[in-house]
Design a protein around this ligand. Structure first.
Ligand SMILES: CC(=O)SCCNC(=O)CCNC(=O)[C@H](O)C(C)(C)COP(=O)(O)OP(=O)(O)OC[C@H]1O[C@@H](n2cnc3c(N)ncnc32)[C@H](O)[C@@H]1OP(=O)(O)O
Ligand SMILES: CC(=O)C(=O)O
Length: 560
Protein backbone atom coordinates (compact mmCIF):
# COMPACT_ATOMS: atom_id res chain seq x y z
CA UNK A 1 0.00 0.00 0.00
CA UNK A 2 1.33 3.50 -0.87
CA UNK A 3 0.49 6.66 1.00
CA UNK A 4 -1.28 9.56 -0.65
CA UNK A 5 1.92 11.37 -1.66
CA UNK A 6 3.37 8.24 -3.13
CA UNK A 7 6.26 7.87 -0.75
CA UNK A 8 5.59 4.20 -0.61
CA UNK A 9 5.52 4.08 3.18
CA UNK A 10 3.78 1.09 4.64
CA UNK A 11 0.43 1.94 6.17
CA UNK A 12 -1.09 -0.66 8.44
CA UNK A 13 -4.41 -1.95 7.17
CA UNK A 14 -6.15 -1.59 10.51
CA UNK A 15 -5.00 1.20 12.82
CA UNK A 16 -5.76 0.24 16.41
CA UNK A 17 -8.16 2.77 17.91
CA UNK A 18 -8.26 4.04 21.46
CA UNK A 19 -11.46 3.14 23.27
CA UNK A 20 -14.29 5.67 23.09
CA UNK A 21 -16.48 5.64 26.15
CA UNK A 22 -19.28 7.63 24.66
CA UNK A 23 -21.99 4.98 24.59
CA UNK A 24 -21.08 2.69 27.41
CA UNK A 25 -21.34 3.34 31.11
CA UNK A 26 -18.48 5.40 32.59
CA UNK A 27 -15.46 3.27 33.28
CA UNK A 28 -14.92 4.52 36.83
CA UNK A 29 -17.91 4.39 39.17
CA UNK A 30 -19.40 7.61 40.56
CA UNK A 31 -17.50 8.80 43.62
CA UNK A 32 -18.09 12.48 44.44
CA UNK A 33 -15.13 12.52 46.82
CA UNK A 34 -12.56 11.26 44.41
CA UNK A 35 -13.62 13.69 41.67
CA UNK A 36 -15.07 17.02 42.85
CA UNK A 37 -17.46 18.77 40.47
CA UNK A 38 -17.40 22.31 41.79
CA UNK A 39 -19.79 24.90 40.40
CA UNK A 40 -19.04 28.61 40.74
CA UNK A 41 -21.96 30.01 38.73
CA UNK A 42 -23.26 31.94 41.73
CA UNK A 43 -19.86 33.56 42.35
CA UNK A 44 -17.63 33.70 39.26
CA UNK A 45 -20.63 33.32 36.93
CA UNK A 46 -22.15 36.49 38.32
CA UNK A 47 -18.92 38.32 37.44
CA UNK A 48 -20.18 38.22 33.83
CA UNK A 49 -21.04 41.57 32.30
CA UNK A 50 -24.81 42.03 32.32
CA UNK A 51 -25.56 39.15 34.66
CA UNK A 52 -27.07 40.06 38.01
CA UNK A 53 -29.06 37.66 40.14
CA UNK A 54 -31.45 38.34 42.98
CA UNK A 55 -31.22 36.18 46.10
CA UNK A 56 -34.29 34.29 44.85
CA UNK A 57 -32.58 33.72 41.50
CA UNK A 58 -29.47 32.40 43.23
CA UNK A 59 -31.52 29.97 45.30
CA UNK A 60 -33.26 28.81 42.17
CA UNK A 61 -29.99 28.27 40.24
CA UNK A 62 -28.63 26.34 43.22
CA UNK A 63 -31.65 24.02 43.12
CA UNK A 64 -31.15 23.37 39.41
CA UNK A 65 -27.47 22.58 39.96
CA UNK A 66 -28.31 20.24 42.80
CA UNK A 67 -30.87 18.57 40.58
CA UNK A 68 -28.16 17.98 38.04
CA UNK A 69 -25.99 16.45 40.73
CA UNK A 70 -22.89 18.65 41.02
CA UNK A 71 -20.80 18.04 44.13
CA UNK A 72 -20.28 21.63 45.31
CA UNK A 73 -22.10 24.90 44.77
CA UNK A 74 -20.17 28.07 45.53
CA UNK A 75 -22.90 30.42 46.71
CA UNK A 76 -21.01 33.72 46.58
CA UNK A 77 -18.71 35.94 48.60
CA UNK A 78 -20.45 36.67 51.92
CA UNK A 79 -18.00 39.46 52.79
CA UNK A 80 -18.61 41.23 49.51
CA UNK A 81 -22.16 42.57 49.56
CA UNK A 82 -25.44 42.35 51.47
CA UNK A 83 -27.08 40.21 48.78
CA UNK A 84 -24.51 37.43 49.06
CA UNK A 85 -24.70 37.60 52.86
CA UNK A 86 -28.48 37.30 52.63
CA UNK A 87 -28.14 34.37 50.24
CA UNK A 88 -26.20 32.36 52.83
CA UNK A 89 -28.64 33.35 55.58
CA UNK A 90 -31.66 32.27 53.52
CA UNK A 91 -29.90 29.15 52.21
CA UNK A 92 -29.84 27.80 55.75
CA UNK A 93 -33.61 27.56 55.88
CA UNK A 94 -34.72 27.65 52.25
CA UNK A 95 -32.19 25.47 50.46
CA UNK A 96 -32.28 21.73 50.89
CA UNK A 97 -29.60 20.14 48.77
CA UNK A 98 -29.59 16.45 48.02
CA UNK A 99 -26.25 15.94 46.29
CA UNK A 100 -24.37 19.23 46.50
CA UNK A 101 -22.49 20.84 49.37
CA UNK A 102 -22.78 24.63 49.64
CA UNK A 103 -19.52 26.57 49.83
CA UNK A 104 -18.64 30.19 50.61
CA UNK A 105 -15.90 32.07 48.79
CA UNK A 106 -13.59 34.80 50.08
CA UNK A 107 -10.03 36.05 50.28
CA UNK A 108 -7.31 35.24 52.78
CA UNK A 109 -6.87 37.67 55.65
CA UNK A 110 -5.54 41.10 54.88
CA UNK A 111 -1.79 41.68 55.31
CA UNK A 112 -0.71 42.58 58.84
CA UNK A 113 -3.90 41.37 60.50
CA UNK A 114 -4.84 38.21 62.40
CA UNK A 115 -7.19 35.92 60.54
CA UNK A 116 -9.49 35.78 63.55
CA UNK A 117 -9.86 39.60 63.48
CA UNK A 118 -10.43 39.99 59.75
CA UNK A 119 -14.09 40.93 59.10
CA UNK A 120 -14.03 39.31 55.71
CA UNK A 121 -12.82 36.01 57.20
CA UNK A 122 -15.49 36.39 59.89
CA UNK A 123 -18.13 36.60 57.16
CA UNK A 124 -16.82 33.31 55.78
CA UNK A 125 -16.97 31.70 59.18
CA UNK A 126 -20.48 32.92 59.71
CA UNK A 127 -21.79 31.93 56.30
CA UNK A 128 -22.58 28.58 57.86
CA UNK A 129 -21.22 26.41 55.05
CA UNK A 130 -19.19 23.28 55.73
CA UNK A 131 -16.72 24.28 53.01
CA UNK A 132 -14.92 27.56 52.41
CA UNK A 133 -13.01 28.34 49.23
CA UNK A 134 -10.27 30.92 49.72
CA UNK A 135 -8.62 32.92 46.97
CA UNK A 136 -4.91 33.61 47.41
CA UNK A 137 -2.20 35.15 45.31
CA UNK A 138 0.26 32.69 43.82
CA UNK A 139 1.98 34.95 41.30
CA UNK A 140 4.83 36.81 42.98
CA UNK A 141 4.24 39.86 40.80
CA UNK A 142 0.69 40.11 42.11
CA UNK A 143 1.91 39.72 45.67
CA UNK A 144 4.29 42.60 45.25
CA UNK A 145 2.28 44.91 43.00
CA UNK A 146 -1.40 44.21 43.78
CA UNK A 147 -1.26 43.07 47.41
CA UNK A 148 1.74 45.31 48.02
CA UNK A 149 3.09 42.95 50.61
CA UNK A 150 6.10 40.66 51.00
CA UNK A 151 6.27 37.11 49.63
CA UNK A 152 6.61 35.79 53.18
CA UNK A 153 3.58 37.73 54.45
CA UNK A 154 1.46 36.37 51.58
CA UNK A 155 2.44 32.83 52.57
CA UNK A 156 1.62 33.66 56.19
CA UNK A 157 -1.78 35.05 55.12
CA UNK A 158 -2.49 31.74 53.40
CA UNK A 159 -1.29 29.54 56.27
CA UNK A 160 -3.07 31.58 58.97
CA UNK A 161 -6.38 31.79 57.16
CA UNK A 162 -6.47 28.13 56.18
CA UNK A 163 -5.44 27.03 59.68
CA UNK A 164 -7.96 29.36 61.32
CA UNK A 165 -10.86 28.09 59.23
CA UNK A 166 -9.75 24.48 59.72
CA UNK A 167 -9.73 25.09 63.47
CA UNK A 168 -13.28 26.41 63.09
CA UNK A 169 -14.24 23.04 61.63
CA UNK A 170 -14.40 24.05 57.96
CA UNK A 171 -13.16 22.07 55.00
CA UNK A 172 -10.97 24.48 53.05
CA UNK A 173 -10.21 24.65 49.35
CA UNK A 174 -7.76 27.26 48.11
CA UNK A 175 -7.93 28.94 44.70
CA UNK A 176 -4.34 29.80 43.74
CA UNK A 177 -5.05 32.87 41.62
CA UNK A 178 -2.88 33.44 38.53
CA UNK A 179 -1.11 30.16 39.22
CA UNK A 180 -0.10 29.34 35.65
CA UNK A 181 1.16 32.86 34.88
CA UNK A 182 3.02 32.96 38.19
CA UNK A 183 4.51 29.50 37.65
CA UNK A 184 6.01 30.58 34.34
CA UNK A 185 7.97 33.43 35.91
CA UNK A 186 8.55 32.29 39.50
CA UNK A 187 7.84 28.57 39.67
CA UNK A 188 9.43 28.07 43.08
CA UNK A 189 7.22 30.70 44.70
CA UNK A 190 4.06 29.31 43.07
CA UNK A 191 4.99 25.86 44.44
CA UNK A 192 5.54 27.36 47.89
CA UNK A 193 1.98 28.67 47.80
CA UNK A 194 0.63 25.21 47.00
CA UNK A 195 2.66 23.60 49.77
CA UNK A 196 1.83 26.30 52.33
CA UNK A 197 -1.88 25.86 51.72
CA UNK A 198 -1.76 22.05 51.73
CA UNK A 199 0.39 21.90 54.86
CA UNK A 200 -1.95 24.29 56.68
CA UNK A 201 -4.85 21.95 55.95
CA UNK A 202 -6.32 22.96 52.60
CA UNK A 203 -7.95 19.85 51.19
CA UNK A 204 -7.52 20.95 47.57
CA UNK A 205 -5.33 23.59 46.00
CA UNK A 206 -7.00 24.82 42.85
CA UNK A 207 -4.63 26.00 40.11
CA UNK A 208 -6.25 28.96 38.39
CA UNK A 209 -5.76 30.23 34.87
CA UNK A 210 -7.19 33.53 36.01
CA UNK A 211 -6.38 35.45 32.83
CA UNK A 212 -7.59 32.60 30.65
CA UNK A 213 -4.66 32.69 28.27
CA UNK A 214 -3.25 29.19 28.67
CA UNK A 215 -3.25 26.46 26.07
CA UNK A 216 -3.91 22.79 26.87
CA UNK A 217 -0.35 21.54 26.41
CA UNK A 218 0.94 24.04 28.95
CA UNK A 219 -1.80 23.21 31.46
CA UNK A 220 -1.10 19.49 31.18
CA UNK A 221 2.64 19.94 31.63
CA UNK A 222 2.33 22.26 34.64
CA UNK A 223 -0.23 20.10 36.43
CA UNK A 224 2.02 17.06 35.98
CA UNK A 225 5.02 18.94 37.41
CA UNK A 226 3.12 20.44 40.36
CA UNK A 227 1.64 17.08 41.30
CA UNK A 228 5.07 15.47 41.19
CA UNK A 229 6.71 18.23 43.23
CA UNK A 230 4.06 18.85 45.90
CA UNK A 231 1.93 15.73 46.16
CA UNK A 232 -0.97 18.05 47.04
CA UNK A 233 -4.51 17.31 45.91
CA UNK A 234 -5.01 19.68 42.97
CA UNK A 235 -7.98 21.30 41.31
CA UNK A 236 -8.39 23.39 38.15
CA UNK A 237 -10.18 26.67 37.46
CA UNK A 238 -9.93 28.03 33.91
CA UNK A 239 -11.16 31.14 32.17
CA UNK A 240 -11.99 31.15 28.49
CA UNK A 241 -10.07 34.13 27.11
CA UNK A 242 -8.14 31.92 24.66
CA UNK A 243 -11.26 29.81 23.96
CA UNK A 244 -9.61 26.81 25.63
CA UNK A 245 -11.16 26.69 29.10
CA UNK A 246 -13.02 23.41 28.66
CA UNK A 247 -10.07 21.77 26.90
CA UNK A 248 -7.71 23.06 29.57
CA UNK A 249 -9.93 21.65 32.31
CA UNK A 250 -10.15 18.22 30.69
CA UNK A 251 -6.42 18.11 30.07
CA UNK A 252 -5.83 18.97 33.73
CA UNK A 253 -8.00 16.02 34.74
CA UNK A 254 -6.05 13.74 32.46
CA UNK A 255 -2.87 15.07 34.08
CA UNK A 256 -4.19 14.24 37.54
CA UNK A 257 -6.36 16.99 39.07
CA UNK A 258 -9.33 15.59 40.97
CA UNK A 259 -11.36 18.76 41.47
CA UNK A 260 -12.80 20.78 38.57
CA UNK A 261 -14.36 24.20 38.74
CA UNK A 262 -16.57 25.87 36.18
CA UNK A 263 -19.88 27.61 35.67
CA UNK A 264 -23.18 26.61 34.09
CA UNK A 265 -23.23 27.63 30.43
CA UNK A 266 -19.76 29.12 30.87
CA UNK A 267 -20.95 32.39 32.39
CA UNK A 268 -18.17 34.41 33.97
CA UNK A 269 -15.82 37.35 34.04
CA UNK A 270 -14.76 38.69 30.60
CA UNK A 271 -15.07 35.74 28.17
CA UNK A 272 -16.43 33.46 30.86
CA UNK A 273 -15.31 30.39 32.78
CA UNK A 274 -14.94 26.81 31.68
CA UNK A 275 -18.47 25.68 30.89
CA UNK A 276 -19.01 23.12 33.63
CA UNK A 277 -21.76 21.43 31.65
CA UNK A 278 -19.37 20.74 28.76
CA UNK A 279 -16.71 19.65 31.22
CA UNK A 280 -19.12 17.21 32.84
CA UNK A 281 -20.21 15.85 29.46
CA UNK A 282 -16.58 15.49 28.39
CA UNK A 283 -15.63 13.71 31.59
CA UNK A 284 -18.52 11.30 31.32
CA UNK A 285 -18.61 10.59 27.61
CA UNK A 286 -14.96 10.83 26.67
CA UNK A 287 -12.80 10.28 29.72
CA UNK A 288 -14.85 7.54 31.32
CA UNK A 289 -15.24 9.50 34.56
CA UNK A 290 -18.58 9.56 36.33
CA UNK A 291 -19.03 13.22 37.19
CA UNK A 292 -22.69 13.01 38.23
CA UNK A 293 -24.80 10.46 40.05
CA UNK A 294 -26.09 7.74 37.71
CA UNK A 295 -28.77 8.88 35.28
CA UNK A 296 -28.24 12.62 35.74
CA UNK A 297 -26.27 13.38 32.58
CA UNK A 298 -29.54 13.16 30.63
CA UNK A 299 -30.68 16.28 32.52
CA UNK A 300 -27.90 18.41 31.03
CA UNK A 301 -29.95 20.13 28.31
CA UNK A 302 -32.89 20.76 30.60
CA UNK A 303 -30.74 22.22 33.38
CA UNK A 304 -28.74 24.39 30.98
CA UNK A 305 -31.94 25.93 29.61
CA UNK A 306 -33.54 26.26 33.03
CA UNK A 307 -30.53 28.20 34.29
CA UNK A 308 -30.52 30.40 31.18
CA UNK A 309 -34.14 31.13 31.99
CA UNK A 310 -33.34 32.23 35.56
CA UNK A 311 -30.37 34.33 34.47
CA UNK A 312 -32.43 35.86 31.66
CA UNK A 313 -29.90 34.72 29.06
CA UNK A 314 -30.80 33.72 25.53
CA UNK A 315 -29.67 30.09 25.09
CA UNK A 316 -26.90 29.93 22.52
CA UNK A 317 -28.04 27.34 19.96
CA UNK A 318 -24.43 26.56 19.08
CA UNK A 319 -23.34 25.59 22.58
CA UNK A 320 -21.73 22.15 22.52
CA UNK A 321 -23.80 19.29 23.95
CA UNK A 322 -26.78 21.43 25.04
CA UNK A 323 -27.41 23.90 22.19
CA UNK A 324 -30.38 23.44 19.88
CA UNK A 325 -27.96 23.04 16.94
CA UNK A 326 -25.58 20.67 18.72
CA UNK A 327 -27.07 17.65 16.95
CA UNK A 328 -28.81 19.38 14.00
CA UNK A 329 -27.68 18.21 10.57
CA UNK A 330 -27.97 20.44 7.54
CA UNK A 331 -25.61 19.11 4.86
CA UNK A 332 -27.06 16.46 2.57
CA UNK A 333 -23.89 14.36 2.67
CA UNK A 334 -23.99 14.31 6.43
CA UNK A 335 -27.63 13.21 6.41
CA UNK A 336 -26.89 10.41 3.95
CA UNK A 337 -24.30 8.96 6.32
CA UNK A 338 -26.38 9.68 9.43
CA UNK A 339 -29.18 7.67 7.85
CA UNK A 340 -26.91 4.64 7.91
CA UNK A 341 -25.40 5.32 11.31
CA UNK A 342 -25.82 8.58 13.32
CA UNK A 343 -22.36 8.01 14.82
CA UNK A 344 -20.83 8.92 11.50
CA UNK A 345 -21.57 12.63 12.08
CA UNK A 346 -22.12 12.79 15.84
CA UNK A 347 -19.45 12.67 18.50
CA UNK A 348 -21.84 11.25 21.09
CA UNK A 349 -25.36 9.89 21.26
CA UNK A 350 -27.49 13.06 21.81
CA UNK A 351 -29.76 11.13 24.17
CA UNK A 352 -26.84 10.81 26.59
CA UNK A 353 -27.18 14.52 27.45
CA UNK A 354 -30.95 14.74 26.98
CA UNK A 355 -30.87 16.03 23.41
CA UNK A 356 -32.15 14.78 20.07
CA UNK A 357 -30.84 14.55 16.56
CA UNK A 358 -32.61 16.93 14.13
CA UNK A 359 -32.58 17.30 10.39
CA UNK A 360 -32.54 20.77 8.87
CA UNK A 361 -34.13 21.12 5.47
CA UNK A 362 -32.55 23.67 3.17
CA UNK A 363 -30.94 24.14 -0.23
CA UNK A 364 -28.06 22.00 1.10
CA UNK A 365 -30.36 19.02 1.61
CA UNK A 366 -30.34 15.78 -0.31
CA UNK A 367 -32.84 12.93 -0.47
CA UNK A 368 -31.50 11.44 2.75
CA UNK A 369 -32.20 14.69 4.61
CA UNK A 370 -35.81 14.65 3.49
CA UNK A 371 -36.20 10.97 4.30
CA UNK A 372 -34.89 11.53 7.84
CA UNK A 373 -37.01 14.66 8.27
CA UNK A 374 -39.99 12.60 7.15
CA UNK A 375 -39.12 10.04 9.80
CA UNK A 376 -39.14 12.83 12.42
CA UNK A 377 -42.63 13.71 11.18
CA UNK A 378 -43.83 10.12 11.33
CA UNK A 379 -43.59 9.44 7.58
CA UNK A 380 -41.77 6.39 6.25
CA UNK A 381 -40.31 7.60 2.97
CA UNK A 382 -37.72 4.89 2.55
CA UNK A 383 -39.40 3.60 -0.65
CA UNK A 384 -40.27 7.02 -2.05
CA UNK A 385 -37.11 7.80 -3.99
CA UNK A 386 -38.93 9.74 -6.71
CA UNK A 387 -41.01 11.81 -4.34
CA UNK A 388 -37.91 12.55 -2.28
CA UNK A 389 -36.17 13.76 -5.43
CA UNK A 390 -39.12 16.03 -6.25
CA UNK A 391 -39.12 17.50 -2.76
CA UNK A 392 -35.38 18.12 -2.87
CA UNK A 393 -35.78 19.90 -6.22
CA UNK A 394 -38.69 21.98 -4.97
CA UNK A 395 -36.84 23.01 -1.82
CA UNK A 396 -33.75 24.03 -3.80
CA UNK A 397 -35.81 25.96 -6.36
CA UNK A 398 -37.73 27.80 -3.67
CA UNK A 399 -34.71 28.52 -1.53
CA UNK A 400 -33.10 30.08 -4.61
CA UNK A 401 -35.98 32.56 -4.63
CA UNK A 402 -35.69 33.42 -0.94
CA UNK A 403 -37.42 30.66 1.04
CA UNK A 404 -35.57 29.35 4.12
CA UNK A 405 -37.28 26.18 5.26
CA UNK A 406 -35.06 25.51 8.24
CA UNK A 407 -36.71 28.51 9.89
CA UNK A 408 -40.20 27.44 8.79
CA UNK A 409 -40.59 23.75 9.39
CA UNK A 410 -44.39 23.87 9.20
CA UNK A 411 -44.24 25.23 5.63
CA UNK A 412 -41.82 22.45 4.77
CA UNK A 413 -44.08 19.84 6.32
CA UNK A 414 -46.98 21.09 4.17
CA UNK A 415 -44.82 20.92 1.06
CA UNK A 416 -43.65 17.41 1.94
CA UNK A 417 -47.11 16.08 2.75
CA UNK A 418 -48.52 17.63 -0.45
CA UNK A 419 -45.88 15.77 -2.47
CA UNK A 420 -46.00 12.39 -0.76
CA UNK A 421 -49.50 12.03 0.63
CA UNK A 422 -51.39 14.28 -1.81
CA UNK A 423 -52.67 17.81 -1.63
CA UNK A 424 -55.12 18.63 1.11
CA UNK A 425 -56.98 21.93 0.81
CA UNK A 426 -59.61 23.42 3.07
CA UNK A 427 -60.93 26.22 0.86
CA UNK A 428 -60.68 27.84 -2.54
CA UNK A 429 -59.53 31.43 -2.40
CA UNK A 430 -61.45 33.91 -4.51
CA UNK A 431 -59.55 37.06 -3.48
CA UNK A 432 -58.02 39.05 -0.70
CA UNK A 433 -57.62 42.82 -0.43
CA UNK A 434 -56.15 45.22 2.11
CA UNK A 435 -56.74 48.94 2.44
CA UNK A 436 -54.49 51.11 4.57
CA UNK A 437 -56.06 54.47 5.29
CA UNK A 438 -54.86 57.55 7.14
CA UNK A 439 -57.81 59.38 8.59
CA UNK A 440 -58.20 63.12 9.19
CA UNK A 441 -57.32 62.67 12.87
CA UNK A 442 -53.96 61.15 11.85
CA UNK A 443 -54.96 57.61 12.78
CA UNK A 444 -53.86 54.93 10.32
CA UNK A 445 -56.23 51.98 10.06
CA UNK A 446 -56.00 48.78 8.04
CA UNK A 447 -58.96 46.91 6.70
CA UNK A 448 -58.84 43.58 4.88
CA UNK A 449 -61.43 41.58 2.98
CA UNK A 450 -61.09 37.88 2.20
CA UNK A 451 -63.44 35.96 -0.08
CA UNK A 452 -63.31 32.18 -0.24
CA UNK A 453 -65.41 29.06 -0.66
CA UNK A 454 -65.25 26.10 1.69
CA UNK A 455 -67.36 22.94 1.43
CA UNK A 456 -69.59 24.65 -1.15
CA UNK A 457 -70.31 27.77 0.89
CA UNK A 458 -68.98 31.20 -0.08
CA UNK A 459 -67.65 33.27 2.83
CA UNK A 460 -66.79 36.96 2.71
CA UNK A 461 -65.17 38.52 5.76
CA UNK A 462 -63.94 42.03 6.39
CA UNK A 463 -61.79 42.86 9.41
CA UNK A 464 -59.89 45.81 10.78
CA UNK A 465 -56.47 45.46 12.33
CA UNK A 466 -53.65 47.47 13.82
CA UNK A 467 -51.71 46.76 10.63
CA UNK A 468 -52.37 45.20 7.25
CA UNK A 469 -51.12 41.74 8.25
CA UNK A 470 -53.15 41.69 11.43
CA UNK A 471 -56.24 42.71 9.41
CA UNK A 472 -55.59 40.00 6.80
CA UNK A 473 -55.03 37.35 9.44
CA UNK A 474 -58.29 38.23 11.19
CA UNK A 475 -60.26 38.37 7.94
CA UNK A 476 -58.92 34.97 6.80
CA UNK A 477 -59.80 33.34 10.07
CA UNK A 478 -63.20 35.08 10.27
CA UNK A 479 -63.99 33.78 6.78
CA UNK A 480 -63.02 30.23 7.68
CA UNK A 481 -64.27 30.02 11.23
CA UNK A 482 -67.81 29.02 10.27
CA UNK A 483 -66.45 25.95 8.49
CA UNK A 484 -63.68 25.35 11.03
CA UNK A 485 -64.57 26.75 14.48
CA UNK A 486 -61.32 25.34 15.95
CA UNK A 487 -59.45 28.17 14.20
CA UNK A 488 -60.50 30.45 17.05
CA UNK A 489 -57.77 28.79 19.13
CA UNK A 490 -54.98 29.91 16.81
CA UNK A 491 -53.01 33.05 17.48
CA UNK A 492 -50.33 34.83 15.49
CA UNK A 493 -47.45 35.10 17.98
CA UNK A 494 -44.49 36.18 15.88
CA UNK A 495 -43.97 38.08 12.66
CA UNK A 496 -40.58 38.74 11.09
CA UNK A 497 -39.70 40.42 7.83
CA UNK A 498 -36.44 40.38 5.95
CA UNK A 499 -35.68 42.11 2.67
CA UNK A 500 -33.43 39.97 0.48
CA UNK A 501 -31.26 41.12 -2.38
CA UNK A 502 -32.87 40.19 -5.68
CA UNK A 503 -31.17 37.69 -7.95
CA UNK A 504 -29.47 39.16 -11.02
CA UNK A 505 -31.87 41.42 -12.86
CA UNK A 506 -34.83 41.02 -10.51
CA UNK A 507 -35.98 43.26 -7.72
CA UNK A 508 -35.45 42.65 -4.03
CA UNK A 509 -37.83 40.15 -2.46
CA UNK A 510 -39.39 40.06 0.97
CA UNK A 511 -39.25 37.01 3.23
CA UNK A 512 -41.90 36.85 5.92
CA UNK A 513 -41.82 34.38 8.80
CA UNK A 514 -44.94 33.91 10.86
CA UNK A 515 -45.15 32.12 14.21
CA UNK A 516 -48.53 30.67 15.19
CA UNK A 517 -49.63 29.06 18.43
CA UNK A 518 -52.65 27.05 19.51
CA UNK A 519 -51.72 27.55 23.16
CA UNK A 520 -49.96 24.18 23.36
CA UNK A 521 -47.42 24.30 20.57
CA UNK A 522 -46.05 26.72 18.03
CA UNK A 523 -45.29 26.39 14.35
CA UNK A 524 -43.47 28.60 11.87
CA UNK A 525 -44.35 29.30 8.29
CA UNK A 526 -42.84 31.31 5.48
CA UNK A 527 -43.88 33.43 2.53
CA UNK A 528 -41.71 35.07 -0.11
CA UNK A 529 -42.77 37.69 -2.64
CA UNK A 530 -41.71 41.01 -4.09
CA UNK A 531 -44.73 42.45 -2.26
CA UNK A 532 -44.58 42.35 1.51
CA UNK A 533 -48.35 41.87 1.89
CA UNK A 534 -48.38 39.00 -0.61
CA UNK A 535 -45.45 37.36 1.22
CA UNK A 536 -47.32 37.77 4.49
CA UNK A 537 -50.48 36.29 2.98
CA UNK A 538 -48.58 33.15 1.88
CA UNK A 539 -47.12 32.68 5.33
CA UNK A 540 -50.57 33.21 6.92
CA UNK A 541 -52.19 30.70 4.58
CA UNK A 542 -49.55 28.10 5.46
CA UNK A 543 -50.07 28.84 9.14
CA UNK A 544 -53.83 28.28 8.88
CA UNK A 545 -53.49 25.20 6.65
CA UNK A 546 -50.98 23.68 9.03
CA UNK A 547 -53.23 24.44 12.01
CA UNK A 548 -56.23 22.82 10.33
CA UNK A 549 -54.20 19.71 9.46
CA UNK A 550 -52.97 19.54 13.02
CA UNK A 551 -56.52 19.79 14.33
CA UNK A 552 -57.40 16.86 12.09
CA UNK A 553 -60.00 18.91 10.20
CA UNK A 554 -61.78 17.47 7.17
CA UNK A 555 -60.44 18.89 3.93
CA UNK A 556 -62.74 20.29 1.24
CA UNK A 557 -62.53 17.74 -1.61
CA UNK A 558 -63.48 20.39 -4.17
CA UNK A 559 -60.97 22.99 -3.03
CA UNK A 560 -58.26 24.03 -5.47
C1 LIG B 1 -9.93 36.07 40.40
C2 LIG B 1 -11.23 36.37 41.01
O1 LIG B 1 -12.16 36.48 40.32
S1 LIG B 1 -11.32 36.49 42.68
C3 LIG B 1 -12.93 37.07 42.97
C4 LIG B 1 -13.06 38.51 42.65
N1 LIG B 1 -14.38 38.95 42.98
C5 LIG B 1 -14.64 40.18 43.41
O2 LIG B 1 -13.76 41.02 43.51
C6 LIG B 1 -16.06 40.50 43.70
C7 LIG B 1 -16.27 40.88 45.17
N2 LIG B 1 -15.40 41.94 45.58
C8 LIG B 1 -15.79 42.92 46.42
O3 LIG B 1 -16.94 43.02 46.81
C9 LIG B 1 -14.77 43.91 46.88
O4 LIG B 1 -13.70 44.01 45.95
C10 LIG B 1 -14.20 43.48 48.28
C11 LIG B 1 -15.33 43.61 49.30
C12 LIG B 1 -13.70 42.06 48.28
C13 LIG B 1 -13.02 44.37 48.69
O5 LIG B 1 -13.43 45.70 48.54
P1 LIG B 1 -12.48 46.90 49.07
O6 LIG B 1 -12.14 46.63 50.49
O7 LIG B 1 -13.17 48.13 48.72
O8 LIG B 1 -11.11 46.69 48.26
P2 LIG B 1 -10.82 46.76 46.70
O9 LIG B 1 -11.85 45.98 45.97
O10 LIG B 1 -10.61 48.17 46.24
O11 LIG B 1 -9.42 46.02 46.64
C14 LIG B 1 -9.26 44.69 47.01
C15 LIG B 1 -8.39 44.59 48.24
O12 LIG B 1 -8.24 43.21 48.57
C16 LIG B 1 -6.84 42.89 48.57
N3 LIG B 1 -6.73 41.52 48.12
C17 LIG B 1 -6.79 41.08 46.85
N4 LIG B 1 -6.61 39.77 46.84
C18 LIG B 1 -6.43 39.38 48.10
C19 LIG B 1 -6.19 38.13 48.72
N5 LIG B 1 -6.12 37.03 47.99
N6 LIG B 1 -6.06 38.09 50.06
C20 LIG B 1 -6.16 39.21 50.79
N7 LIG B 1 -6.40 40.42 50.27
C21 LIG B 1 -6.53 40.48 48.94
C22 LIG B 1 -6.23 43.89 47.62
O13 LIG B 1 -4.85 44.04 47.86
C23 LIG B 1 -6.99 45.15 47.99
O14 LIG B 1 -6.46 45.63 49.21
P3 LIG B 1 -6.43 47.21 49.57
O15 LIG B 1 -7.83 47.57 49.88
O16 LIG B 1 -5.55 47.23 50.75
O17 LIG B 1 -5.89 47.92 48.38
C1 LIG C 1 -10.35 32.43 41.74
C2 LIG C 1 -10.75 32.86 40.42
O1 LIG C 1 -11.90 33.11 40.16
C3 LIG C 1 -9.74 32.97 39.40
O2 LIG C 1 -8.55 32.89 39.69
O3 LIG C 1 -10.12 33.17 38.23
Amino acid sequence: MRDSVGRGAAVPDAVPRPPIHRRGAPVRPYDPDSLHIYDTTLRDGTQQEGLSLSVGDKLSVARHLDDLGVGFIEGGWPGSNPKDAEFFARARTELTLSTAVLTAFGATRRAGRAAADDPQVAALREAGTPVVCLVAKSDLRHVERALRTSPAENLAMIRDTVAHLRAEGKRVFLDAEHFFDGYRVHPEYALEVVSAAAEAGAEVVVLCDTNGGMLPTRIGAVVTEVLARTGARLGIHCHDDADCAVANTLVAVEAGVTHVQGTANGYGERCGNANLLSVIAGLETKLGRAALPPGRLQELVRVSHAIDEVTNSVPDPHRPYVGASAFAHKAGLHASAVKIDPDMYQHIDPAAVGSDMRMLVSELAGRATIELKGRELGLDLSNEREALGRVVDLVKEREATGFAYEAAEASFELLLRDEVTGRKRFYTLESWRVIVEQRSDGQVVSEATVKLTSHGVRHVATAEGNGPVNALDTALRDALEKAYPGLADLELVDYKVRILDGKQGTGAVTRVLVGTSDGRSRWDTIGVDENIIAASWSALEDAVNFGLRRQGERADPNAT
